[in-house]
Write a protein that binds this ligand. Structure first.
Ligand code: XIL
Length: 395
């Protein structure tokens, strides 16, 4: 860390005559521009994180990725390295190395680690999904396999993970059939709804101190609170889990937004965080990025099309961050990659093509979104933004 010293002429003269007295140099406060996101977030006790692509982190030809990941963020999440298909590609053979490298990187840089993810219907190893499909893995055995997986993984990282995404994306979307929100995917289909409570209990048994989160997307604001309101559904689900004593400690709102949608303001986002924390839960934004459609004009560099997108993206980053700052139980704000050079968006949203979703452009230049996040962290404080309230893991 650089220190900013200005030594006035008087101080020097005094020091010359009374040379036993140490020079009391006046320390110049770094400007906001000179501060990192993590330093500014720390003023609120807030953790600011990013997802990390391990292949890029290792790439010596791309040193800026590593440098910014270390200097700007106080938490890291494995973008893929802790998913089931990455950890146990072959049944019974765990590949810990990439995830352990991330843990090591975090330790060196005094960063927390968000564990992502224990139970999810995506990125499961083929041996598991095929085994269930062809009947060689039966229902009772599947439940044992899930319990073993959670126990093995959580124990392996015990003491090194601040927050675990225990269950990810269990709720359906209003565009699914039926449109009323329900539990979707592999685990609900094969084990029934009880797998969620089981997963939290198994995770708690394996690590008494990590905070255990339910994590999902499109839960940033309440809708009409009817059967197709996903946020309302998730709220009701975690309320029931909490009231039946399940060891769930928090709700992660992913925060994958697009500038082409209506979206919402900071008060709407805050209403949801407050609703969750009123249940006794911590909150977090866990995968924030704000993408835009890459029209022909955008791709050709037309500023008439690019400018409104960059501004809208920045504004949505700010909405989520302001809501988080205003809710004292919102412990972390994590972006899903920090540079357009390495973002999952172009690879995932290709019809129509989307991009421009992160804080830095493809050449690691900070974008408007970066500066808005920085300004929100710097220019906020009492009475409406107060230090975080730590969450006690529920046992
Ligand atoms: C994404 C990764 O960013 C991609 O690299 C991968 O190919 C697919 O998964 N919600 C989640 C994350 O919980 O795990 C997803 O990550 C993005 C959506």
């Amino acid at each position: 860390m650089k220190r900013f010293l200005t030594v006035g002429a008087t101080t020097l003269m005094l020091a010359g005559t009374l040379n036993a007295v140490p020079v009391l140099a006046e320390e110049r406060r770094p400007t906001v521009a000179e501060q990192s996101l993590r330093a500014l977030a720390a003023r609120h006790g807030l953790t600011i994180g990013t997802a990390i692509d391990m292949d890029v982190l290792r790439d010596t030809a791309d040193p800026q990725y590593r440098a910014l990941a270390a200097s700007q963020f106080s938490s890291v999440t494995a973008e893929n390295a802790m998913k089931w298909e990455s950890l146990e590609p072959t049944r019974g053979t765990y590949n810990w190395a990439p995830a352990d490298q991330l843990i090591d990187f975090a330790r060196k840089n005094k960063q927390q680690v968000r564990g992502h993810v224990l139970v999810w219907q995506n990125q499961l190893p083929a041996w598991l999904t095929q085994g269930v499909e062809d009947g060689t893995i039966g229902k009772a055995q599947l439940r044992d396999i899930l319990r073993d997986h959670i126990t093995t993984v959580v124990k392996h990282f015990k003491g090194k993970i601040s927050q675990w995404d225990v269950v990810n994306e269990a709720a359906s979307d209003p565009w699914d059939t039926p449109s009323s929100i329900h539990l979707k995917g592999f685990w609900a289909q094969h084990l029934g709804p009880g797998y969620i409570a089981d997963a939290f209990r198994w995770a708690r048994a394996a690590d008494p101190n990590a905070l255990l989160f339910y994590n999902d997307y499109n839960i940033e604001a309440f809708g009409d609170r009817g059967p197709s309101d996903k946020t309302w559904y998730v709220y009701d689900m975690v309320r029931k889990l909490r009231s039946s004593g399940v060891p769930i400690d928090g709700v992660g709102s992913q925060g994958h937004l697009g500038t082409q949608y209506g979206n919402f303001d900071a008060f709407q986002a805050l209403e949801v965080l407050d609703a969750f924390s009123d249940l006794g839960l911590a909150t977090a934004f866990t995968e924030v990025d704000v993408r835009s459609q890459m029209t022909e004009g955008v791709r050709a560099g037309d500023s008439n099309e690019i400018n409104p997108r960059l501004q809208a993206s920045a504004s949505n980053y700010s909405v989520l961050l302001q809501a988080c700052l205003a809710n004292r139980h919102c412990l972390s704000y994590t972006v899903w990659g920090f540079t357009d050079r390495h973002s999952w968006v172009p690879g995932w949203f290709s019809d129509p093509p989307e991009g421009l979703a992160t804080l830095y452009d493809e050449s690691y230049r900070p974008k408007r979104a970066y500066n808005v996040v920085k300004a929100d962290l710097a220019f906020s404080g009492p009475p409406y933004v107060l230090p975080r309230i730590p969450q006690k893991p529920r046992r």
